[in-house]
Design a protein around this ligand. Sequence first.
Ligand SMILES: Cc1cc2nc3c(=O)[nH]c(=O)nc-3n(C[C@H](O)[C@H](O)[C@H](O)COP(=O)(O)OP(=O)(O)OC[C@H]3O[C@@H](n4cnc5c(N)ncnc54)[C@H](O)[C@@H]3O)c2cc1C
Length: 289
Amino acid sequence: MIPFEFLLPYSLEEALSLLDPEDPGIRPVAGGTAVMLMMKAGVLRPTRLVSLHKIGARHAAIEVHANGELVIGGQAKLADIERHPGVRAGWPLLAQALRGVANARVRSVATLGGCISHADPHLDMPPVLSALDAHIAITGPQGTRRVRAEDFSTGYYETVVRRDELVTGISVPPQAGPGAYLKMTTRAAHDWPALGVAVVLKMNDGQVQRASVFTGAATDRPTRLHQAQSVLERRGLDANALRAAAEAAIVEAPLMGDAHGSAAYKGQLLKTALPRAIEAALRRSRSHA
Ligand SMILES: Cc1cc2nc3c(=O)[nH]c(=O)nc-3n(C[C@H](O)[C@H](O)[C@H](O)COP(=O)(O)OP(=O)(O)OC[C@H]3O[C@@H](n4cnc5c(N)ncnc54)[C@H](O)[C@@H]3O)c2cc1C
């Protein structure tokens, strides 16, 4: 391993001052679960790691604000978010999806900021945050900007975050209605997904007023399935409509093959997963009614 500096700043401002927009060898590190694996594999050879471990407890806060919004600090651990009573009560989709990410050991150190910044297309949380209409706060020398979760990733391991910026928060509006995340894996249930589908349905008088449907893992970034959404909004949620939405989804999704299966295989997974995700969302909402 090539020697590198490991710096432990005590504030966000100090952490930002240690980054460099021109130097790709300088990287922030949060939980380190992805960074360490990339370093061991030799695909990341940093000259400097800037640890976010001690930048302050407020950056790990999980709060439900008076306007109903959930605000999660970039340094909040996945396990703490999953167990938070406010999250469980108001954002059951978030809690449900988090329970399926990796394993308890990873979730107890990995942060939500590190998770989304990693931008591996197979991550479970980006399609979920996108379906929930979340926004990501990104802080740099010029201050903080907000981008929609669905615009955050720009491709394989790429995001809109610049080298001198950090993800400092994730804000999630109230969950609009029944939601579910379905993760299809080819090995163990908690493995990386071959395909993920996140669904949130805003219902009005038994009708779908607005459907948010995203897929992940089979595309190079979380992808909104506009045609499938439109079928659900026009035709409702009976078996024929669900089948039509799934057919629309496999036509519109830019599916890509990888080590978890070919694009054609992922198409079959999507066809199965989309109706199941919607049925799971409705089942959960009935059991909580
Ligand atoms: C065994 C194992 C199994 C896994 N299985 C799954 C799975 O099934 N599903 C799934 O979704 N994920 C899975 N993961 C991935 C896991 O979710 C990520 O490794 C983790 O979320 C990354 O968070 P972290 O805080 O450890 O980030 P780090 O490893 O610290 O950082 C990850 C990346 O983000 C950058 N970064 C970190 N924090 C910030 C910040 N605040 N602002 C900007 N950039 C930042 C780093 O420079 C690095 O590029 C698995 C990981 C492991 C090790």
